[in-house]
Write a protein that binds this ligand. Structure first.
Ligand code: PLP
Length: 387
């Protein structure tokens, strides 16, 4: 049985060139970057190069890049780090975010509410999944310390108007200093990442969403943005994230990002063509199916499809038995198929949210794969449609 992977939003395979770049740093150049001798210097030089490449991809300074163990950690560092610094100056802080953020943003926010007394506004989104900049404007308060709005959504692929939101914040900043964070974990392969154009103060990236290794992420922190560290120790990563750097992972992260930036347009064009074909075919061949979220301003590799009346959990298992990998909701959340907070936020009923599947395409997806998946879906979907 040929296995077909349509879950690139959950994770991507490590690109061959990226793997090649990483390999020497496991057992040839293995020194500790903090050691003073030549072994250490070689490792430090690899980390420095990776940081410079990452900075070049984002159009920022090397010192503004902090490598972390994941995008989850980068999001925690951004949110809790900025909040803790703000709490040193005043007792009450307010944070603005949205209802469609990833759990790695929502959970630290919940921690800040419960344990640190922060007040958080979770902005609603439109039926397309968009945060309205005017809602951000209306939510900004004198005590707002931070706004965190994701760049692209992991479930329905919505691309948020980050630069417009940044403008709203900039205007408010004339009186009160508010920092703007975006989680760009899903954006790296397909969207522009220049932080100055986006107008953000902090930005999160993940290695394994862009054909790099798992267990590595990065946080861009604009110079002058106060961020308290979460991990204390030897003072690595400019004191913001102690712990010996994961040299092969950091090298792989930078190689993947460099590759993503170089191939962005080509990758986006290819994914979009496949995605549009898939949506057109599925809606033509399976009655009543429809696309969840917006067609415009959507990640080119995401199709989240509602199969009315079908049980998505059962459909996923049945597809898996046919060798096809797709997911419902956010795969990173857990294996359990909890109801999707994103689909609820864009207005789907509980029933429809549980009848929706996310198909995400990538560099190795072919039209033949999609035709095979469509044939199997047509066959299976009838079986799982609850009358
Ligand atoms: N943010 C978004 C939007 C994601 O999609 C994910 C993973 O699914 C993460 C953060 C977490 O990334 P990581 O697995 O690197 O912690």
């Amino acid at each position: 049985m040929k296995r077909i992977y349509l879950d690139y939003a959950a994770s991507t395979p490590v690109d061959e060139e990226v793997l090649k770049a990483m390999l020497p740093y496991f057992s040839e150049t293995y020194g500790n970057p903090s050691s003073v001798h030549a072994f250490g210097q070689d490792a430090q030089s690899a980390v420095d190069t990776a940081r410079a490449k990452t900075a070049a991809a984002l159009g920022c300074l090397s010192q503004e890049i902090i490598f972390t163990g994941s995008a989850t950690e980068a999001n925690n560092l951004a949110l809790i780090g900025v909040a803790e610094e703000a709490l040193k100056k005043r007792k009450n802080i307010h944070i603005i975010s949205s209802r469609v953020e990833h759990e790695s943003v929502l959970e630290p926010l919940s921690y800040l509410e419960k344990e640190r007394g922060a007040s958080v506004t979770y902005l609603p989104v439109t039926s397309g999944g968009f945060v309205r900049p005017e809602d951000v404007q209306n939510a900004l308060r004198e005590d707002t310390a931070l706004v965190s709005i994701m760049y692209a959504n992991n479930e329905v692929g919505t691309i948020q108007p980050i630069a417009e939101i940044a403008n709203v914040i900039r205007a408010h900043n004339k009186k009160f200093r508010v920092f703007f964070h975006t989680d760009a974990a899903q954006a790296a392969s397909y969207l522009p990442l220049a932080v100055a154009q986006l107008g953000v103060d902090l930005m999160t990236l993940s290695g394994h969403k862009m054909y790099g290794p798992k267990g590595v992420g990065a946080l861009y922190i604009k110079k002058g943005t106060p961020v308290a560290p979460l991990v204390h120790g030897g003072g690595q990563e400019y004191g913001k994230r102690s712990g010996t750097e994961n040299v092969p992972a950091v090298v792989g992260f930078a190689a993947a990002l460099e590759r993503a930036v170089a191939h962005r347009e080509e990758a986006a064009g290819q994914a979009e063509a496949l995605r549009n074909y898939f949506i057109a075919q599925i809606t033509a061949r399976i009655p009543d199916t429809r696309l969840n979220g917006s067609r415009e301003n959507r990640l080119p590799n995401n199709a989240n499809i509602l199969f009315p009346g079908a049980n998505a959990a059962e459909l996923i298992v049945a597809l898996d038995m046919e060798g096809i990998a797709v997911s419902a909701g956010s795969a990173c959340q857990s294996k359990a198929l909890a109801e999707s907070h994103v689909l609820s936020a864009i207005g789907l009923s509980k029933k429809d949210a549980k009848s929706s599947l996310r198909f995400s395409f990538g560099n190795y997806t072919t039209k033949e794969d999609l035709d095979a998946v469509l044939d199997i879906l047509v066959k299976l979907e009838k079986k799982f449609r609850v009358k």
